[in-house]
Ligand binder design. Sequence first.
Ligand SMILES: [Zn+2]
Length: 78
Amino acid sequence: MNKEKVLELRESGLSYGQISKLLDMSRSSVISIVKRSQEPKCQWCGKRLHQKPGYHRLKIFCSDACRLKSWKANHPTK
Ligand SMILES: [Zn+2]
């Protein structure tokens, strides 16, 4: 299976086109492998977010606490 190889090459900074040529597979399969492997992370603490399948609006924070902390950091009280 090329999946690990694809992700490895992607990590090292290669483009989808370069990876597809290197591993002799279509660009769209490279893209879908990379996309599927990407797990969203909390924008505040970096914890992995577990998206529910079929849930289309992307969560960016793992909890209300993180959302609040981030909001406060961006809105300092004077
Ligand atoms: Zn968080």
